[in-house]
Write a protein that binds this ligand. Structure first.
Ligand SMILES: [Zn+2]
Length: 104
């Protein structure tokens, strides 16, 4: 394959990645801090399998909080409790820094 084709393929691949990240950024910007922290905490700490052990990904933040069920509301409430005392960035930095030292 020519060098020019390889470069174009790389550009196309990176362009697709940028478009996906832009979509993700728009989606995340519409969430509340509680929702973002809940997603972060779930991704960091949920140890259940996501086929039939945890229903987190079956819901959507488009649902109102009153309509949330199961593990999604549990992670949301954990986020809410943490956000009473700490900022979103404090929670994320703490977990990123100390996750390996926290009890599972
Ligand atoms: Zn889960």
């Amino acid at each position: 394959m020519s060098n020019r084709k390889t470069i174009q393929m790389t550009i196309d691949e990176l362009t697709n990645q940028i478009e996906e990240l832009e979509k993700k950024k728009v989606k995340i910007s519409k969430l509340t801090p509680e929702m973002r922290v809940a997603d972060f905490l779930h991704d960091e700490f949920c140890t259940h399998n996501h086929i039939d052990g945890c229903g987190y990904h079956y819901g959507d933040w488009k649902d109102s909080v009153a309509n949330m069920r199961g593990s999604r509301i549990e992670w949301y409430e954990r986020a809410e409790r943490l956000l009473f005392k700490f900022s979103e960035i404090q929670i994320i930095l703490f977990v990123d820094t100390y996750k390996g030292y926290l009890p599972q």
